[in-house]
Design a protein around this ligand. Structure first.
Ligand SMILES: Cc1ncc(COP(=O)(O)O)c(C=O)c1O
Length: 274
């Protein structure tokens, strides 16, 4: 609660931890100004999920690592939404193609880890893990045998059935479909994300579309008012994407071509007629 920048989640739970400084995403100068010898940790999502599928820049991630090292702070990635395969790599921080890679000291993971059975975890480098021992910060159901067994099974299935390859392949197809929508539909603005963590930014409120899609038998989600958020299951196939896109096209209204200025293309006679 103390670490989310979104007021709606903090409201009603105050007082929260003090001495938390928020820095805008990708504001390297702001980060440098905020981090000093008293900084205990830098915490961020490499891809903001609730925030609207916004990716951190390579420069920002690199600056986080450098500053954390410089001040002996822990670099903590919250990969609860973007991790565990959603980007096509096991961890989102591995999907940025940065060389050498930016590796955090601690990673928080949850959502898919036990395929729907409640389970969360944080993974830590030894240096930081030694600060806490098993049971010291326990929770009634934490580490329960059923959830952990399902978690192991989930990880084995992801590997054995090559599901991350599916995420890359079908995620690429999904991205292409969104790009096409953005080039054709006036109510769309841009696509964001990668793999199976993608967003379609609209010029209209997203929530009504989610409700209308549900009536058509397709489950979408909305975040940040105007962003449709897609975090599909790793088993998704191209035919499922096709169905979703068909419904989206219907809901996005008349197939209006964007103006010449927006697309850089000459308007078709159909667009002029619109
Ligand atoms: C990025 C991120 N961090 C943390 C959480 C909270 O996770 P949990 O419900 O496992 O505590 C969520 C839940 O949606 C999330 O998306």
């Amino acid at each position: 609660m103390s670490l989310t920048g979104q007021d709606k989640y903090r409201k009603g739970f105050e007082p929260l931890l003090e001495n938390v400084t928020f820095v805008a995403q990708n504001d390297v100068e702001g980060l440098r100004a905020a981090v000093n010898a008293n900084t205990c940790a830098i915490v961020l999502e490499p891809i903001f999920g609730e925030g609207g599928i916004l990716e951190c820049s390579e420069d920002f991630l690199r600056a986080c690592r450098t500053l954390a090292d410089q001040h002996q702070a822990a670099l903590i990635f919250d990969e609860i939404q973007c991790g565990l395969g959603r980007t096509g790599k096991m961890f989102a921080f591995q999907s940025f193609g940065i060389h050498p890679g930016i590796v955090p000291d601690i990673v928080a993971i949850a959502k898919p880890i036990a395929a729907g059975v409640p389970l969360g975890a944080f993974l830590s480098k030894e240096h930081f893990a030694s600060a806490i021992s098993p049971g010291q910060h326990g929770t009634t159901f934490g580490g329960g045998p059923l959830a952990c067994r399902v978690g192991l099974e989930y990880l084995a299935i992801v590997e054995e059935e090559h599901l991350l390859e599916n995420v890359v392949k079908v995620g690429g197809y999904l991205h292409q479909q969104f790009e096409e929508l953005v080039s054709k539909y006036a109510a769309t603005r841009e696509t964001r994300g990668r793999g199976f963590i993608q967003g379609l930014v609209l010029d209209i409120p997203a929530r009504p579309l989610v409700e209308q899609a549900l009536a058509e038998g397709v489950l979408f989600n909305a975040t940040q008012d105007t962003v449709l958020r897609f975090l599909p299951p790793f088993l998704l196939e191209e035919k499922h994407v096709d169905k979703g896109i068909r419904v989206l096209k219907k809901l996005l209204g008349k197939k209006r071509r964007k103006s010449t200025v927006e697309t850089g293309l000459a308007p078709s006679p159909a667009a002029l007629a619109n």
